[in-house]
Write a protein that binds this ligand. Structure first.
Ligand SMILES: C[S@@+](CC[C@H](N)C(=O)[O-])C[C@H]1O[C@@H](n2cnc3c(N)ncnc32)[C@H](O)[C@@H]1O
Length: 588
């Protein structure tokens, strides 16, 4: 999807729609002509054609264009929102003196009618601009512009396929940026746009806020910090384009070819109207350049508390405790995961089955998952056994295999590709289990796998390093309940349909958790409070449990002030509420 629209109510019958893009005092007004004929909403969506509201184009352009002689490019210019803003900006810079045209005012647009409309509008604004029709990815970068400004198309990978995607990936590769097939079109656009800049040039783009978070954009984040001397981001707390699906941010990158920088400066505005009065920025230095930039969504105080804890040694990332890996993939959970009653009915032997943490993760919301809990689930009909003969199946095992073949289970993709089809690839029981999908206000939970159960891919297994295994099994699930880890989960994980928070193993590696030394030092107090925390979790009181762990670890052990802890707690509440609210709107 592209960003929101300047003209949302184009009458489809009208050939042209006139809009008055009013400017704040002191700036000029002009009438803008927008084409509507021959185009449809579906066609516009397919090429990511959503036009930028004037205040946004104006803000970016005023930042980027600094002299009357600059060479300016708007790639994917649509109907030239940015070039028109540049005309105003240049007039303003020129004052009353007439030093003629800028060195270049160029646009590229693949949609012929939009390009024609852009030319008309620019001509009406009294400038000789060059708008070329073509695929931006086929244009050889010239490294000659002072300024590249615009709003690239945001076409999701599902709709961005074939030659178009291949060309975009090739273009990004020219800048040394490898993009996967999951990348939306904007990622390659941003990279390719930079290649049009001369050394020292500036790039101002409207991009989806997912630049901060999605894994496929890691290479883009790295590229930006690597290539530019300054990277500024303007984030919006409200939706700028209410009619569009996408949250956006402004990327203002200065000093092309004069990087690297290790940080981005973050500015926050409520909405487009408030851009003019934007507050002072703050700095976010990601631990490594490709890391997610989502912590920049935190308030200035929360970001300080978060970065201080991470850099102070009291907190580390989960990866330093152990490896997080995907659970077993059976190919057909209904067939392979069995309740005790079903195992008894089938007459399976103990050599045919393995103890299993049943599919789903609702039972993993406490500190530990032990045999008593597993047996209780089994008695209630949950699938606490996995059909997985280690050696020769029993006669009942063979009968069940034959039944599976009769039902076609052996033809399911994952079964078909392994030999024999009924032997699910084994995984050692994990030390800890980490929930993968977390509904609404919940957070990814760690629990000790005291039952030593096998687990499926609805949860991840954490295999602790030998040196910290004993301590981690005893106390890491409890110690990972601080507000710091809760905030961390919102920033390393990602919002999923319906407002769920999903965490992949690679993301879990980056989850902030207390360091071994801190957990060791507080082990007695943590052990003593365990029954109380377990009780709170049993009654669904995650935040209350988190508060008392905060008291012991953040305040008691790490000497953090209570107001600072409060800032983190509020930040968690805010990020969670934001995720859940977006999920409700069904837009993430
Ligand atoms: C989000 S709109 C932005 C238009 C304009 N820059 C603005 O901000 O109002 C994206 C534009 O990119 C154009 N486009 C999509 N893919 C393109 C490509 N590969 N090369 C050139 N233009 C493209 C679409 O036709 C559409 O006009």
């Amino acid at each position: 999807m592209g960003v929101g629209v300047l003209v949302t109510t184009r009458p489809s019958s009208a050939q042209w729609v006139y809009r008055n893009l009013s400017q704040p005092q002191g700036m000029m007004h002009h009438m803008v002509l927008r084409s509507a004929g021959g185009d449809t909403a579906a066609l516009r969506k397919a090429r990511g054609a959503f036009f930028t509201p004037a205040p946004v184009a104006r803000y970016v352009t005023e930042w980027a264009v600094r002299s009357t002689t600059e060479r300016i490019l708007e790639p994917s210019c649509g109907e030239a929102s940015f070039l028109l803003a540049a005309v105003d900006r240049l007039t303003e810079l020129r004052g009353t003196a007439d030093d003629g045209q800028p060195a270049a005012l160029d646009g590229i647009e693949m949609h012929d009618a939009s390009a024609r409309a852009a030319r008309t509008l620019l001509r009406q604004a009294g400038v000789a601009a060059k708008v070329t029709v073509g695929d931006f990815f086929c244009v050889e970068p010239t490294a000659s512009y002072d300024v590249v400004i615009g709003n690239p198309p945001y076409i999701r990978y599902q709709d961005f396929a074939g030659l178009a995607r291949a060309r975009s990936r090739e273009a990004a590769l020219r800048a040394g940026v490898g993009l996967t097939n999951l990348a939306s079109s904007w990622a390659a656009f941003a990279v390719h746009s930079a290649l049009f800049l001369r050394p020292g040039g500036r790039m101002g783009l409207v991009l989806p806020a997912e630049l901060l978070s999605v894994n496929y954009a890691a290479e883009v984040r790295r590229f930006l910090l690597q290539s530019f001397a300054h990277v500024d981001l303007v984030l919006f707390t409200e939706r700028v384009f209410p009619d569009a699906q996408e949250d956006v941010l402004l990327l203002l990158a200065d000093g092309y070819g004069q990087g690297p920088t290790d940080h981005a400066s973050i500015y926050q505005a409520r909405n487009a109207a408030e851009l003019a009065t934007i507050a002072a920025g703050r700095t976010w230095t990601p631990p490594s350049p490709g890391d997610k930039w989502t912590p920049s969504l935190l308030s200035a105080d929360a970001l300080d508390a978060y970065t201080n804890l991470l850099s102070g040694g009291g907190f580390t990332v989960l990866e330093t405790w152990g490896d997080t890996t995907l659970g077993m993939v059976t190919g057909n959970n209904k067939y392979f995961a069995l309740s005790p009653a079903r195992v008894a009915d089938l007459g399976l032997e103990s050599t045919d089955i393995l103890r299993l943490s049943p599919p789903g993760s609702r039972h993993l919301r406490g500190l530990a998952f032990g045999t008593a809990a597993l047996n209780e689930l089994g008695r209630n009909g949950s699938a606490t056994w996995l059909f997985r003969p280690a050696g020769e199946p029993s006669p009942a095992g063979w009968a069940y295999i034959a039944a599976g073949e009769a039902a076609g289970v052996n033809t399911a993709y994952k079964c078909r590709v392994r030999k024999p089809w009924w032997r699910v690839p084994p995984l050692a029981p994990a030390d800890l289990l980490l929930t993968y999908m977390n509904a609404n206000a919940d957070t990814p939970r760690l629990s000790t796998n005291a039952a030593r159960a096998a687990h499926l891919n609805s949860v991840h297994g954490v295999y602790l390093a030998p040196k910290v295994r004993k301590l981690g099994k005893a106390l890491l699930p409890l110690a990972s309940l601080t507000s710091m880890t809760l905030v961390g989960a919102e920033t390393v994980g990602r919002a999923y349909g319906g407002g769920m928070l999903k965490i992949e193993p690679r993301e879990a590696d980056r989850l902030p958790v207390p360091s071994e030394a801190v957990v060791q030092a507080a082990s007695e107090r943590l052990t003593n409070m365990r029954p109380k925390v377990a009780g709170l979790l049993r009654s669904g009181k995650l935040i209350e449990a988190s508060k008392i762990v905060d008291d012991v670890l953040l305040v008691g052990e790490l000497g953090m002030s209570r107001p600072d802890v409060r800032v983190l707690r509020d930040a968690h509440a805010e990020l969670t509420a934001r995720r859940v609210a977006r999920g409700r709107r069904g837009t993430d």
